[in-house]
Write a protein that binds this ligand. Structure first.
Ligand code: SAM
Length: 220
């Protein structure tokens, strides 16, 4: 994996981590290390690489975006990954957060509804030697029942509500992180499933994501 001196973006990446991630309160050392390691510029078009470490989302084609670095860090930290988890990601997009999750968990299952994005993400992950990820094209609001339960589920598109299949497929003690609200603004929610199946919901702040489109979200 790219490290100091090995790529010309290392200094930009370190600045991103210091100014956007640590300065805003992300404390999980493993998340910080993953964000220092994963070469974010490889997940955007070459013409946008100089902007890859900026404090904003960027277009990745098909009307979709690679999420703002801080949002990726915040969502990932909320999953509380220790290394032995099975994680489900909805909305592979560029594959950047997928790579961060793969660095921090044992296995990642990622669903993307747009096949061209899924293929591109797979290619970049392969080039980086990240093989503990399975990507599937489909409607992520249905989850991935054959692989459930999951210790962590992260949804990186805005949802009108908590998709029922994702709650069902969350392991007892597991965490679901999801932006919930209107198509124009959402609250980032961390939902923890207790051993008795009840849910604890915690707001992590306001955000704005592209729409989650599917059976248990907005219809196309
Ligand atoms: N974390 C990604 C990244 O950093 O590249 C950001 C992904 S982007 C904000 C949201 C993605 O969710 C888009 O690629 C979109 O196509 C996808 N999406 C929307 N609805 C979906 C669904 N029902 N199932 C799977 N993917 C979906």
């Amino acid at each position: 994996m790219a490290r100091k001196g090995e790529d010309r973006f290392y200094i930009s990446r370190r600045r991103m981590v210091e100014e956007q991630i640590i300065a805003r309160g992300i404390r999980d050392r493993r998340v910080i290390e993953a964000m220092l390691t994963i070469p974010r510029h490889l997940f955007v078009d070459e013409a946008l690489q100089e902007q890859a470490y900026g404090d904003y989302p960027l277009p990745i084609g098909e009307g979709q975006t690679i999420s703002q670095p801080y949002m990726v860090a915040l969502m990932t930290e909320a999953l509380e990954l220790k290394g032995d988890e099975k994680v489900l990601e909805i909305g592979t997009g560029s594959g950047y957060q997928t790579a961060i999750l793969a660095h921090l968990a044992e296995r990642v299952f990622s669903i993307e509804r747009i096949s061209s994005l899924a293929s591109r993400a797979r290619r970049v992950l392969d080039e980086l030697g990240i093989f503990n990820v399975v990507i599937r094209v489909g409607d992520g609001t249905m989850g991935w029942p054959e692989e459930a339960p999951f210790d962590g589920i992260v949804v990186s598109a805005a949802s009108p509500d908590l998709p029922e299949p994702l709650i069902d497929q969350l392991a007892p003690g597991g965490r679901l992180v999801i932006p919930v609200g209107s198509p124009f603004s959402q609250e980032l929610l961390k939902v923890t499933k207790k051993e008795d199946g009840s849910l604890i919901k915690q707001g992590l702040g306001g955000c704005r994501f592209v729409k989650l489109i599917g059976e248990y979200a907005w219809k196309e």
